[in-house]
Design a protein around this ligand. Sequence first.
Ligand code: 13P
Ligand code: ZN
Ligand code: NA
Length: 283
Amino acid sequence: TILSTRQMLRDAQKYKYAVPAFNIHNMETMQVVADVAKTMRSPLIIAVTPSTLDYARTEYIVAMAAAAAADMDTPVAIHLDHFEDSDKIKQAIQAGFRSCMIDASKELFEKNIEMVKEVVAYAHRYDVTVEAELGKLVGVEDDLVVAEKEAAYTNPADAMRFVEATDIDSLAVAIGTAHGLYKGKPKLDFDRLREIREKVEIPLVLHGASDVPDELVEKAISLGICKVNIATDLKIPFSNALKQFFAENPTASDPRKYMTPGKEAMRKIVEHKILVCKSQNRY
Ligand code: 13P
Ligand code: ZN
Ligand code: NA
């Protein structure tokens, strides 16, 4: 069955590993993450953004995830990633989602709290877990001045107030990661993460984990990150493998042929990310 992320994140927090949340877009990418998680006995969060849900359609995602979950005895959740519209979240919960992120991080503090509280009130009635974000996921340019950094990164004292006011189940933190690839080498504010961890008891979430060196992700996990979001690092090898296949086979037209190298390339990365999260052989 499709689960919420409550128990899997608690387990990860207790044993100091992270559950990988892989962003998928279609049947092929869902099959890869499910197959690898099954083989490696890792818990799995299958993440979909609003545009993925529009593209692949809610009912298809839920049905495919149910098929994947029925085939494995390790925990699987489907998660709404970066949803900004509470009505869309409610619809998806009715369709079978058991985990969501309400992203009101662009809003001012009080408005963020208000929007998150509304989703939590609804979601918890269905035992659905809610993640929210405080701070903004800006890049980590070396020249980011202190004032800019203070404005964008998660403030530990505010984080405590935010969690208490909203009753969320997990908190996405802004400590220097950004979505997609980095211009230079990302720098993470581990002191800040440590301080947030001291003030906040619920599981913490790292967004933008693609292109972050493994050792930095591992360190973040050791300091309390329990969920690691990965999108770009899967999309690029999948597409590159297809491009290479078509370059070598310009007349190819069979999806079963040209999708297979994409799945293979993605499989290797998913395996590696599970090792970085240390989530293998947990169940
Ligand atoms: P990346 O694309 O950097 O992996 O970010 C993924 C993410 O945060 C999804 O919510
Ligand atoms: Zn994200
Ligand atoms: Na990234």
